[in-house]
Design a protein around this ligand. Structure first.
Ligand code: F6P
Length: 349
């Protein structure tokens, strides 16, 4: 058996832990040959691969990024020629199946290739935690830890200067990172993509705290927007499956608040520090379980499914069921409700 492994889309902490677990499990359980495909689907389109063995996956559990590289632009489904070339390469490489580790965009491509006859197994990855059918993806816990630490840090400096401190998180159209880190990092205001905020409501919290506590910490997800307003787009990437990159909404909010407040308002956009660095122990464990589960699916000949975590149990769903979907924070989520009950403002009244 020859099995390809690739990591697609934006990187996140824990990818190497998956590569390691898939490889070790396939070597040990099936005696398979494991082929690492470089730079996501780009490597499959351009025939760039390398063998993965015990030695090449040794010592990578703790490291951030992906030893295989990744791409969030390469799309073998972009044209009939690209698809044909990709499938031809897979035949030349004598791949019996490919394990694709990625987010919704990667799953959409994996689904498309599976429909064209290339057996696929998906492993959900994203710091955004927004993959349908999977209650937690690895990388999320690490990102939450990073944002939580940042919130703690801005709190002490904000307290010293009596400032309004805004911290912008990643997460695209889902507010999971902002919600969890916002609660863990004691934010006074948490603004999510799922709840359009009223700037006047945010202003009222800051004014009240100006009198009472001098400082305010606001945690805002990059996909948040004011009522009746638009998303803040940082740039457009024409040749990507996800053509919009969000970013800068923290500065937009700062510009609106500053003239209306006595205190200084400062904004910090955390950006890619949330994606880098070593995975937390939780993410190492989850990624190892996901990788091993993917290898078990391959060993059983169960293809075109994505590994999932549902109610704390590993399982799998058809890739087509999750491809291109987005799992957002429900407005009745227990953490959101609890945060409201302890007085956190979500900027909606
Ligand atoms: O999906 C992961 C993610 O980090 C998002 O949170 C963010 O919006 C996007 O990727 C950034 O993409 P890029 O690395 O291409 O700027």
């Amino acid at each position: 058996m020859r099995i390809g492994v690739l990591t697609g889309g934006g990187d996140c902490p824990g990818l190497n832990a998956v590569i390691r677990a898939v490889t070790k499990s396939l070597l040990r359980q099936c005696g398979a040959e494991v082929i690492g495909i470089e730079d996501g689907f780009a490597g499959l389109m351009e025939n760039r691969t390398r063998a993965l063995d015990w030695r090449s996956v040794s010592g990578i559990l703790f490291s951030g990024g992906t030893i295989l590289g990744t791409s969030n632009r390469a799309n073998p489904l972009a044209s009939a020629e690209a698809t044909a070339a990709t499938l031809a390469n897979a035949r030349t490489l004598r791949l019996d199946a490919v394990v694709a580790v990625g987010g919704d965009g990667t799953m959409a491509i994996a689904h498309g290739l599976a429909q064209q006859g290339l057996p696929m197994v998906g492993v959900p990855k994203t710091i955004d935690n927004d993959i349908e059918g999977c209650e937690q993806s690895f990388g999320f816990d690490t990102a939450v830890a990073t944002v939580t630490e940042a919130l703690e840090r801005v709190q002490t400096t904000g307290q010293s200067h009596g400032r309004i401190m805004i911290v912008e998180t990643m997460g695209r159209y889902a507010g999971w990172i902002a919600l969890e880190a916002g609660v863990a990092g004691a934010a006074d205001v948490i603004l999510l993509p799922e709840i359009d905020y009223d700037p006047e409501a945010v202003l009222a919290v800051c004014r009240e705290r100006e009198q009472r506590q001098r400082f305010t910490v606001i945690c805002i997800g990059e996909g948040a927007k004011p009522r009746g307003g638009a998303l803040t787009v940082e740039r457009r990437v024409a040749d990507s499956a996800d053509p919009i990159r969000l970013g800068g909404v923290g500065h937009v909010l700062r510009e609106w608040l500053q003239p209306r407040l006595q205190s200084e308002v400062r904004a910090t956009v955390l950006g890619h520090v949330q994606r880098g660095g070593a995975p937390t122990p939780f993410d190492r464990v989850l990624a190892t379980q996901f990788g091993n589960h993917a290898a078990q699916l391959v060993a059983r000949g169960t293809f075109n499914r994505m590994v999932t975590l549902a109610e704390g149990r590993l399982g799998s769903v058809p890739i087509g069921q999750v491809a291109g979907q987005n799992r957002r924070v429900p407005l009745n989520h227990p953490l959101l409700v609890a945060a409201r009950q302890i007085g956190v403002s979500f900027g909606d009244g």
